[in-house]
Design a protein around this ligand. Structure first.
Ligand SMILES: Nc1ncnc2c1ncn2[C@@H]1O[C@H](COP(=O)(O)OP(=O)(O)OP(=O)(O)O)[C@@H](O)[C@H]1O
Length: 224
């Protein structure tokens, strides 16, 4: 499903070069729930941004669903992201003036899908994440954990092949974090949803099928 070959990313800051990824070759299969772990600064978020097509690597290959992404134009990448990928970030990134239902609908409307169909699917997703009674609420009326559940529902709007989550529990207490991890686990088991999640919390490992461990921009060890 996702395959990287000798992926590198170097950031240039004036005369200083930061080698965030130093040759990462790995694969993620359909239906896996993979944890991307490792110390701070080891390249986890950089890796997620490259395979999520949110940034361009310095060198190497990224193949997603059989498509070599380096050959895509930026318009093709934008369409591919909307069509095939879901994203969940630590700051939830909900639009303030829209309701829960409208926030969840955004990726569907962005693809130009039928409005009524999108709204119906959005309603089902809001139910799935346990917020059926709050579909008309605004962001400010929700707790952090509830906002993250909205973000998860939104990430699923276009039935993505893969969901990327960058430290989705970073701003949540333990109880809310557990709810979010169980929700991802449920989606993975019930819908065979592929999920790739960056985390630095050791207790999250019990939820993952597999861990890809980063150190100094490289994969240190894979556990099956
Ligand atoms: N936009 C950027 N410009 C310059 N350097 C960057 C940029 N983004 C990341 N880096 C650097 O690249 C390296 C890897 O960063 P990255 O954020 O991928 O690590 P991480 O493992 O996700 O860390 P953390 O757990 O602290 O979020 C670090 O040295 C970081 O300072």
């Amino acid at each position: 499903m996702v395959k990287t070959g000798d992926l590198t990313k170097t950031y240039h800051m004036g005369n200083v070069q930061v080698h965030a990824l130093r040759g990462v070759s790995t694969g993620i299969e359909k239906g896996e729930f993979v944890g991307i772990m490792g110390p701070s600064g080891s390249g986890k978020s950089t890796f997620l941004h490259q395979v999520g097509l949110l940034d361009t690597p310095s060198s190497g290959t990224i193949c997603i669903n059989g498509q070599e992404t380096s050959l895509m134009t930026s318009e093709q990448k934008a369409r591919f992201r909307l069509d095939q990928m879901g994203y969940v970030f630590q700051d939830y990134a909900l639009i303030e003036d829209l309701t829960v239902l409208e926030n969840v609908a955004i990726p569907g409307l962005g693809l130009g899908r039928d409005y009524h169909e999108v709204m119906e699917i959005a309603g089902g997703l809001v139910d799935d994440v346990g917020l059926g009674g709050r579909a008309d609420h605004l962001r400010k009326e929700l707790s952090g954990g509830q906002q993250q559940r909205v973000a998860i529902a939104r990430s699923l709007m276009n039935s993505p092949a893969i969901v990327f989550a960058d430290e989705p529990c970073a701003n949540l207490d333990t109880e809310s974090s557990q709810t979010i991890l169980k929700l991802f686990r449920h989606l993975n088991e019930e819908k065979n949803q592929t999920v790739v999640m960056v985390s630095h919390e050791p207790w999250h490992t019990e939820f993952f099928d597999r861990i890809i461990l980063f150190r100094d921009g490289r994969i240190e060890k894979k556990s099956e």
